[in-house]
Design a protein around this ligand. Structure first.
Ligand SMILES: [Ca+2]
Ligand SMILES: [Ca+2]
Ligand SMILES: [Ca+2]
Length: 416
């Protein structure tokens, strides 16, 4: 770079000489020697700039992009025990404030550093984008959504705390930077493993009931409630910033809760309910790591999504070369019958990741999304407090390994 600067300096001197010559006489009066020297310096400089660009461009393209979520576009959770809490609603917050709070928890962060965002009961969703389109590489999983699912401790079933969220993808076809284009659902393993048990075209409407159980009705003639679990969560469970009568539409996955209470010592646990995992194709369904003791063992197989699994409203496969937006919504409508235990099943996400950043950038010609960036404010993010287990062992970044009681800021809380 120093050499380029020096060359530029010399070239500027030659141009200065030339312009003085132009002013004093005619442009053609620059003597042949000066002109030849200047042209030689010019070609030397062009060659050096060309070489430098060759070296710099491939490095800077991926360095300027992140494989993690750039920003959240929509956050509309259904009612639930973690709603208004992760992230926290404060009086007067608008939807834009809640989106900003989601960004503070997950934008630009991997699963170790980010914080959970809760989607509440069935249908509640979040929409987000990356700083580049994610390309669909044939035969490969293209992105992963990380959550806090884990394997239950007695290993009696596959999974154990599997609150599957359905994943949707979309292209910014109209190029306006907004997620207002056609959405396609990712067809996960239930579509082949649970034929006849998945409800497509499902709808649920929730109504406010301040500080009480939240009533819902669905389009199948059923009704029920999202129940308060005051022992764990004392705040209002209906998303305070959203209107009454929220209606969500989509696919309902088959209930996956099993009562294993009779298989464990009552001294160890009064109840033992587990949520059995589905094989693939969902968020918050399988653990982020294949080996709990190894935080580099990312579970690509279990949490990765292949864009080629996308289907249209008729459940017919669609061909997408890339996607610009991802949406995740809670896919299960069930609650634990034991009082004050798990409560409703709700998807949580902690991060999402382009599994092949370099390939996405290369395939898209290093193209950035045209998607607006406002709402991404990393500065001013509160330092997170560390969490400790009851033995005093620090557990920050340890979400989703085991259900446990943790202590944070001097308060006990329960992870599920
Ligand atoms: Ca793919
Ligand atoms: Ca759009
Ligand atoms: Ca979860």
């Amino acid at each position: 770079m120093v050499y380029i600067k020096r060359q530029l300096g010399q070239l500027r001197q030659h141009f200065d000489l030339w312009s003085i010559a132009k002013q004093e006489q005619s442009p053609f009066s620059l003597d042949g020697l000066s002109r030849a020297k200047m042209l030689s310096e010019l070609s030397k400089l062009s060659f050096i700039i060309f070489l430098s660009l060759l070296l710099i461009i491939p490095l800077s393209a991926s360095a300027q992009h992140s494989k993690y979520i750039q920003a959240v576009d929509e956050y509309r959770p259904a009612p639930g025990q973690y709603v208004n809490d992760v992230p926290e609603y404060e009086a007067g917050d608008t939807e834009a404030d809640m989106i900003r709070k989601c960004n503070e928890r997950i934008a630009g962060l991997g699963p170790i550093d980010a914080h959970l965002v809760a989607l509440g009961g069935w249908g509640g969703y979040i929409t987000f984008h990356f700083d580049h389109p994610i390309v669909n590489i044939p035969g490969q999983r293209d992105f992963a959504v990380w959550g806090n699912a884990y394997q239950e401790q007695t290993n009696q079933v596959f999974g154990g705390m599997n609150e599957a969220g359905i994943v949707m993808v979309s292209k910014d076809t109209n190029g306006n930077g907004l997620p207002d284009d056609t959405w396609y659902e990712i067809s996960g393993s239930c579509d082949v493993d649970s034929i006849g048990k998945v409800i497509y075209g499902y709808e649920v409407t929730y109504h406010r009931n301040p500080m009480g159980n939240i009533p819902w009705t669905d389009n199948q003639g059923n009704s029920g409630t999202i129940d308060r679990i005051n022992a764990w969560h004392q705040q209002e469970y209906y998303p305070e910033w959203l209107p009454d009568g929220l209606t969500f539409k989509g696919t309902r996955l088959p209930d996956n809760m099993i009562d294993l209470s009779n298989t464990v010592e009552r001294t160890w646990s009064q109840w033992y309910y587990v949520l059995v995992g589905f094989r693939y194709g969902y968020a918050d369904n399988l653990p982020n790591f294949t080996d709990n003791a190894d935080i580099t063992s990312y579970n690509i197989e279990g949490c990765g999504i292949d864009i080629s699994w996308a289907v249209d409203e008729q459940r017919q496969p669609v061909t997408l070369d890339h996607i610009d937006f991802v949406r995740v919504y809670t896919g299960l409508n069930q609650k634990c019958p034991a009082p004050n235990w798990w409560g409703e099943t709700s998807t949580e996400i902690i991060s999402a990741e382009d599994l092949h950043l370099e390939a996405s950038l290369e395939a898209m010609g290093n193209q950035e999304t045209g998607i607006r960036r406002e709402g991404v404010r990393r500065e001013g993010v509160k330092e997170k407090s560390p969490a400790y287990d009851l033995k005093g062992v620090r557990r920050e970044g340890d979400w989703g390994r085991k259900p446990s009681i943790l202590i944070k800021d001097g308060k006990k809380y329960f992870t599920k």
